[in-house]
Design a protein around this ligand. Structure first.
Ligand code: COS
Length: 380
């Protein structure tokens, strides 16, 4: 057992840290206020290889492992969770989904652009009445011989307005239940595909979240991913890796808030000394550090499982459950340590607290993670 990071991993982490400090930090508050994320920054992340971290270089990716992915996600998320969710969705839902299950033609046509950051992707599973209950898809894709006819609505789609390619889950044969669900690649601009208004959110406000509408969209047969009826398993397998990304995002939000609270507590004075010298604050820092380290172990274990080729359904669910709870709990504590300043935007911790909440919700709520974990425990 070796808990040390390799030289290569340390270099990757430092590159992500440098990028986050120099490129993301300067205008992160403005982006949160204005609810936008500029295209130049997406391009820069693409140039650094952050948009196709685990993709084979033959498809334009960086060919790194899942541990590297987690390290990059943590560093970006310490500063800007809106940037990191864009990276996470593109990498672990869209690129992974296409690389693992797409045809060679689909990889050449779509993955090569997504992995370099030339194009961005979105993953469309959630619906007004099917988020956690993912088998209850109301979006339909009816087989018309040489194409499918897609109709329905998808909600809370990350990268929804700015993506070029969308992986859309839809019900082809209702009689067959989850075995009648398919996944399709939809291109922006296809007739009948409409992008709805942007959501006004509590957190990750820089990230671009939309409702999408599909009205009689003709989807060519070759845009289906996998065999007929593979769509639900495609979504589940892809989300297992996505949960490692969101767990790493939560870890980054927590450790970013911790670092700010630690620094602040060594500078701010009260009762004649730095507040870190008061046990009330020192114990909070101790709890934060311990919980963050515990979350890091679970996140790294999930990434390691993926790199080893082990099943990571359980480990990714445990990592996301733990890291998102730690992020929520300790961003609140970071605000508390900052006192009145914690409530003010320029100190960053209030944004991290708002950003933390979504990590307990998207890519499977904490309650869904407990379903996955408890089923695993009871099966063993
Ligand atoms: N990998 C491969 N197959 C999987 C799988 C996985 N991780 N998880 C489930 N499946 C398969 C099952 O084996 C089953 O197939 P068979 O009937 O052929 O055996 C099928 O999928 C249905 O599984 P199950 O019966 O467990 O479905 P449930 O309706 O009980 O739902 C949960 C299972 C709750 C785990 C699933 O719906 C889920 O993860 N929901 C949350 C989805 C989500 O993350 N939404 C957020 C929006 S996306 S940002």
């Amino acid at each position: 057992m070796d808990f040390n990071l390799s030289e290569e991993h340390l270099m990757i982490r430092d590159a992500a840290r440098e990028f986050a400090q120099t490129e993301l930090l300067p205008e992160v508050i403005e982006r949160d206020n204005k609810q936008e994320f500029p295209q130049e920054l997406v391009k820069k992340m693409g140039d650094l290889g952050f948009m196709g971290i685990m993709v084979d270089p033959k498809y334009g990716g960086s060919g790194m492992d899942a541990v590297s992915y987690v390290l990059i996600m943590e560093e970006l998320s310490k500063i800007d969770a809106s940037a990191s969710v864009m990276v996470s969705v593109n990498n672990s839902l869209v690129c992974y989904g296409l690389e693992a299950f797409g045809t060679e033609e689909q990889k050449q046509k779509y993955l090569t652009k997504l992995a370099t950051g030339e194009s961005i992707g979105a993953f469309c599973l959630s619906e007004p009445e099917a988020g956690s209950d993912a088998t209850s898809q109301k979006t339909t894709a009816i087989d018309q011989g040489d194409h499918y006819l897609l109709n329905g609505t998808k909600n809370w789609i990350t990268n929804g307005g700015r993506s070029d390619f969308y992986l859309v889950i839809a019900q082809t044969d209702k009689e067959k239940g989850h075995r009648g669900i398919n996944a399709f690649i939809i291109e922006k601009g296809m007739e009948g595909f409409h992008i709805g208004p942007k959501e006004d959110k509590l957190g990750i406000r820089g990230s671009d979240t939309h409702t999408l509408q599909f009205n009689d969209v003709k989807v060519p047969k070759e845009n289906r991913i996998g065999d007929d009826g593979f769509g639900f398993k495609f979504a589940m397998k892809t989300l297992s890796g996505g949960r490692i990304g969101i767990a790493a995002q939560a870890l980054g939000i927590a450790s970013g808030a911790y670092e700010l609270a630690l620094k602040y507590s060594k500078e701010r004075k009260a009762f004649g000394t730095e507040i870190a010298n008061h046990q009330a604050i020192a114990f909070k820092l101790a709890d934060m550090y311990t919980d963050i380290e515990a979350a890091r172990m679970l996140v790294m274990k999930a990434a390691w499982d993926k790199d080893q080729g082990n099943n990571y359904d359980m480990s990714s669910a445990m990592a996301k459950l733990k890291a998102s709870d730690v992020a929520m709990k300790h961003t609140v504590e970071a605000v508390q340590i900052h006192g009145g300043n914690g409530f003010v935007k320029e100190y960053h911790v209030e944004r991290l607290m708002r950003d933390a909440k979504i990590t307990q919700i998207y890519e499977g709520t904490s309650e869904i993670q407990k379903i996955v974990i408890s089923r695993g425990v009871l099966r063993d």
